[in-house]
Design a protein around this ligand. Structure first.
Ligand code: DGT
Ligand code: CA
Ligand code: CA
Length: 576
């Protein structure tokens, strides 16, 4: 969707401006904020602009006059003059290079001016022939980090983060639905299972006019190329850099096709084995008895019913034992969006967020939350404008003031406290005690060895001053691997010290991920599903967190933010 194109452009503008000492930090920040807003926005800016013009754009958080006119320029002409000019001046692929672990814009620029590194191939060469380590400010260690970063980047290439893929799939589905050409339309595949990355999109529709549907999708704005076109299946190359399979299926097969193309493949194999055992044949056209009669296929549920199984959420269809449990009617009940009563990890413009406290509270109320925890950064995160003890005193007073004015939602005072290298927290006991709860995270010195990192995290958990361990592994999807620590030891320490583990729903993180949730569930720990919002629109990331929890088979009883405010505060105050 155009949102991600624009977000990439603004991010790259920010990168290019940031290497120029003559440009103010605020201008750079303005572009980063805009990029952040756009990448979190679930509705297409093109639609927003069509409906409400520049004024509607300017209502978006962090989008001012200049940036909204740049958006308009891009919508109208497909180009942005400012970007083109900067690109001429810096013929460097900032977009790719800054994705490599260990490289920010400034370092990329240094590599360009000193070693003429313009793209990934140049970077590989420079890392291989050991010229990076000779540069001031780099060294052997950072050269190795860069080399590992390149490997990680290349191994993830081709799979797109769910946070980009899902809104795109939803946009195309909506366009198909509004076209008047289709009767039913659905997302299938890994996107429907809410896997953290997606290889290609799989869409299903029913239509009385399949050729017209194929024509329609081939001409969508989002399409770069038609890779393959058949009478009922078209494969598109989308501009965002991912393929999309669109299949037109017979209405009586819609449920069967949805079941089949949702997968995953191993789940399908197991379900098909059940069908065979019962004397049926199952494929994407339906469930058929021995005589070849179609006995189910209209709805997905009809198929599972007929096989004596309970239908499960798509997130659970990963062949992790769900087929066997479903046959015994013993599937666990997993957390749902409706269970979530609040968000315990959000930022405001008091640190690196773009919205004010009251704006965040109102936005949270609007989506049905009963409470929202404000967790602005602590001082060690100086890049994110982290606050010291003195600033926190004022900040909390401000939250109290806003809270008094609010109706129907409660603000909770907290912070995303930095866990220092030695495991200490970087705020005073007095500040920590003034909070309703304490969320802590590792942000710096990520390269520590396993034993030291384990000790560092456990020291923090044992301090008695941590209620939630935020984004525990600190990985960034497709960009940065997890920090290295002993998961079992940390989960045990979380159990011993009543620290909840976060499931960070920010689609760039999804941390803990499904596999780690499954592992952590073995311990008597609670979980907190949060968004790590940096703007009001980011609050919508909750669905990614909940789906990740579903993929980890987590029940709502294990989720602290499914509690009402009284229960939650009681939980935090236990043992104090
Ligand atoms: P992806 O695209 O790599 O993120 O993962 P999926 O799960 O979307 O896989 P994809 O697009 O290759 O196929 C979509 C679904 O179609 C897959 O989840 C299950 C079904 N499917 C594909 N190939 C087979 C197969 O050989 N056997 C069975 N039973 N199902 C298949
Ligand atoms: Ca797929
Ligand atoms: Ca596919």
């Amino acid at each position: 969707m155009i949102n991600s194109e624009l977000a990439d452009i603004f991010e790259e503008i920010a990168d290019m401006l940031s290497v120029d000492d003559g440009v103010s930090r605020f201008e750079v920040l303005a572009y980063r904020k805009a990029a952040q807003t756009l990448s979190g926005l679930q509705e297409s800016v093109l639609e927003i602009y069509k409906k409400g013009g520049i004024a509607a754009l300017m209502e978006l958080p962090g989008i001012g006059k200049g940036i909204s006119s740049s958006i308009k320029e891009y919508i109208d002409t497909g180009r942005m003059e400012k970007f083109e000019k900067l690109k001429k001046r810096y013929p460097v692929d900032f977009k790719t290079l800054t994705k490599i672990q260990g490289l920010g814009a400034k370092k990329v620029f240094k590599l360009y001016t000193n070693l003429r590194v313009r793209n990934l191939d140049d970077l590989k060469r420079a890392a291989e022939d050991q010229s990076i380590r000779k540069l001031a400010g780099f060294g052997a260690k950072s050269e190795i980090e860069i080399r590992n970063g390149i490997t990680l980047f290349e191994s993830s290439k081709g799979r797109m983060a769910l946070g980009t893929a899902l809104p795109e799939a939803e946009l195309i589905i909506r366009k198909l639905s509004e076209s008047g050409l289709v009767d039913r339309a659905a997302i299938a595949g890994s996107t429907r299972r809410m896997r953290e990355t997606v290889g290609d999109l799989d869409l299903l529709v029913t239509s009385k006019r399949p050729p017209a549907v194929m024509d329609f999708i081939a001409h969508l704005d989002e399409v770069a190329d038609v890779v393959l076109r058949g009478p009922t299946k078209t494969t598109l190359r989308l501009k965002i850099g991912i393929n999309c399979d669109v299949r037109v299926v017979d209405p009586i097969s819609f449920g069967a096709a949805l079941q089949y193309f949702t997968g995953n493949k191993d789940h399908n194999v197991k379900v098909r084995q059940v069908a065979i055992r019962l004397g049926y044949k199952l494929n994407e056209y339906g469930l058929f008895d021995k005589k070849g009669r179609n006995v189910a296929g209209l709805e997905e549920k009809d198929i599972y019913d007929r096989l004596g199984m309970d239908i499960m959420d798509p997130e659970m269809r990963e062949d992790r034992g769900e087929v066997q449990l479903s046959l015994k009617h013993k599937l666990p009940k997993v957390v749902e969006m409706g269970d979530i009563l609040g968000d315990l990890h959000t930022h405001t413009n008091h640190s690196d967020g773009s919205a004010s406290i009251i704006e965040m509270a109102q936005a949270a109320k609007k989506i049905g939350h009963r409470y929202i925890g404000i967790t602005d950064h602590s001082k060690s995160e100086y890049i994110a404008h982290g606050m010291d003890d003195c600033k926190f005193a004022k900040h909390f007073a401000e939250i109290d003031k806003v809270n008094d004015k609010l109706d129907g939602i409660t603000l909770l005072k907290s912070s995303e406290i930095d866990i220092l290298k030695d495991g200490r927290l970087d705020l005073s006991k007095k500040t920590l005690d003034a909070m309703d709860y304490r969320l802590a995270a590792v942000h710096q010195n990520l390269g520590m060895d396993k034993a030291s990192m384990t000790k560092r995290i456990i020291t923090a958990l044992e301090s008695g001053n941590v209620d939630i361990l935020a984004h525990p592994t600190d990985r960034l999807i497709n960009a940065r691997g997890p920090i290295s620590f002993d998961l079992d030891k940390v989960f045990q320490a979380a159990e011993d010290n009543s620290v909840a583990l976060e499931i960070n729903g920010n689609p760039g993180r999804l941390d803990l991920n499904d596999e780690n949730i499954i592992k952590a569930r073995e311990y008597r720990v609670m979980f907190s599903i949060d968004t790590d919002s940096h703007s009001t629109t980011d609050l919508m990331f909750m669905r990614y967190g909940v789906s990740t929890a579903k993929r980890g088979w987590l029940s709502s009883e294990r989720v602290i933010n499914s509690m009402g405010i009284e229960g939650l505060l009681k939980h935090f105050n236990k043992g104090k």
